[in-house]
Design a protein around this ligand. Structure first.
Ligand SMILES: [Zn+2]
Ligand SMILES: [Zn+2]
Length: 260
């Protein structure tokens, strides 16, 4: 793949829009907000899911995927995340109450378990297919992270959900090969208190945060708009001219090329 593909971009699930899910290679996605509806029969090609955090809109298809995999696959579904994200999956989802504990249930006819939860570290590269994923800490939940997605000398910085976060701008300034930033904007600027309380961005906050980067040459893509406010958020982003260098508000099915 010469691009990453946004299978889900919404901050809310609707009949026509999924939540955060990005295909970064033939067998790997970041977050699982919209896998089942977008993949069809090809869903069995997924082998690796890197998680940004454990909020429901980012993990919602994992239980259903495990349910499909247990009778159909010969190798475990590998789910990567920071420790608190994996702890949340164990404690609140795969706990034999909300859903079976697929970490202990073997694939039918095979020794391997249905899912494998793999703890990752921030600022350490992981190599999947021909893509490198490096997590960095974001400011959203205790265990939240974004990922720098790199291939053949080009990089795309994907923050997922975040409030103000200095590390984003440090990474962009230190890595000129990162040509695109994919960041969230969940609420209109008038909802600054709600944005702070829920650790999300508004257009006004994004404008201020963007000024923390010395670079001005990267493209700015925005996603995770709360659907009810989408027209207002888009108007504010355009008025403030934040969708720089060919960036745009992403919709499901959009792609960003590795090479620009
Ligand atoms: Zn979240
Ligand atoms: Zn979210």
């Amino acid at each position: 793949m010469d691009y990453i593909e946004f299978l889900g971009t919404g901050g809310t699930r609707t009949p026509t829009q999924g939540t955060t899910c990005v295909k970064v290679s033939p067998h790997c996605v970041i977050d699982a907000g919209n896998l089942i509806n977008t993949f069809g029969d090809d869903v069995f090609t997924i082998e690796h899911i890197f998680l940004t955090h454990s909020h429901l809109d980012h993990i919602i298809d994992i239980p259903f995927l495990a349910d499909l995999f247990v009778t159909q696959k010969a190798i475990s579904l590998k789910i990567y995340g920071l420790k608190s994200t994996l702890d949340d999956l164990r404690q609140f989802i795969f706990n034999q109450r909300v859903w079976p504990n697929f970490e202990e249930i073997s694939l039918i006819g095979h020794a391997e378990k249905t899912i494998e939860l793999i703890e990752i570290e921030v600022e350490k590269p992981y190599y999947i297919d021909d893509v490198t994923l490096t997590a960095f800490k974001t400011n959203h939940t205790e265990g939240s992270c974004g990922y720098c997605i790199e291939k053949e000398g080009s990089g795309i910085l994907f923050t997922a959900d975040t409030y103000r976060c200095d590390r984003i701008w440090e990474l962009l300034d230190a890595n000129p090969h990162i040509h695109s930033l994919v960041i969230e904007t969940s609420f209109p600027s008038s909802f600054e208190k709600l944005a702070y309380d829920s650790k999300h961005l508004t257009p006004a906050l994004l404008e201020d945060e963007l000024s923390h980067a010395k670079r001005r040459d990267f493209s700015v893509y925005v996603m995770h708009l709360k659907t009810l406010f989408a027209p207002q958020i888009i108007q504010e982003l355009e008025t403030l001219q934040l969708l720089r260098n060919g960036g745009r508000v992403l919709i499901d099915g959009d792609k960003i090329d590795f090479k620009v």
